[in-house]
Design a protein around this ligand. Sequence first.
Ligand code: COA
Length: 336
Amino acid sequence: MTDKLIPLKIAGVGYSLPETVITNDDLTKLYDTSDEWIYTRTGIKERRVVSGEENAIDLGFDAAKKAIEKSGIAADEIDLILAASSAPPDLYPAIACHIQARLGISKAIPAFDITAACSGLIYGLSIAKAYIASGMYKNILIVATDNNSRLVDWTDRGTSILFGDGAGAVVVTQAEDGIDDIIAIDIKADGNYGHLIELAFDGKNCPLVEQYQEKPKGIRMNGRGVYTFVAKILPHYVEELITNAGMKAEDIDYLIPHQANIRIIQAVQERLGYPDEKVVTNIKYYGNTSAASIPIALAESVEKGKIKLGTTAVLCGFGAGMTWGGAIVRLREGIC
Ligand code: COA
């Protein structure tokens, strides 16, 4: 530990998507819906889903390998693994522990999962920033991976249309040049709105006692309620994050938002007064990949040359909890 706060460098990012594409037209085989209904209300045309044995650990491992490779840090130099997910195949071992093993890290390091739904990447970055600043850990891998297609109720057309699978990963380390890549970061939750999106995880009571009423399986969401809650708080919240950092919206090059609904993204965009070129969206192709959506949007847009490096971006996310968060970050050359 040290008395001086150590700055953080974003060293590498990576992402991974399953190959199988399910279009809006494909969903008409499951229930009464249409491409027009889904696209106009959400901005989604298609999403990726796992098939067979593939799961959130596989996607997360793939994204982690890519981020580690870009970072130039060897896997066995990682001091801490954080995994953000709402779709762990097992409650334990944690996804972070699975990924430690898959990466072949045999030295004992801490590895744990974060449950903050779609805000998971921002929560992970916030935790990593505190650990790096304190000098407690030097190299941290954050994996955000979700496998929503196994959790939605595929008979619920109001919810299952929205989600897709994918993973993103970020490697952060101590910045030796003294420049902190996290200019500002903030995370929030308000459990009073927990009922808006729920996913029950329960078993049965001891057979010798009275049983309880089991909750329905699958993601249950009040779509209208989520929309209203987020549209009300998020644009103002992002603007305040920027102001509190002593910056103006025009000082930041890109908005990389959670990809949940194009209309929510546009509300934030309008508040910041950004033209389309400054806003990263891929919701059309991947839907809402929960915690993975921000790092996928970041890594893919860099890889495909849609955003330049040596720039800054404001990230923002929200999800079940309700949780939300935002970060203003520097994107250095070479991260992807
Ligand atoms: N296809 C066709 N009709 C559908 C449909 C579908 N896939 N899903 C719902 N409908 C119908 C409903 O049954 C309802 O019909 P009714 O008026 O006859 O009862 C009608 O469309 C309106 O339903 P509603 O749920 O009020 O629609 P909406 O305009 O609120 O849009 C969402 C639904 C889910 C697209 C929208 O609320 C949303 O995107 N919310 C945000 C959710 C979110 O971002 N969650 C993730 C947070 S991380």
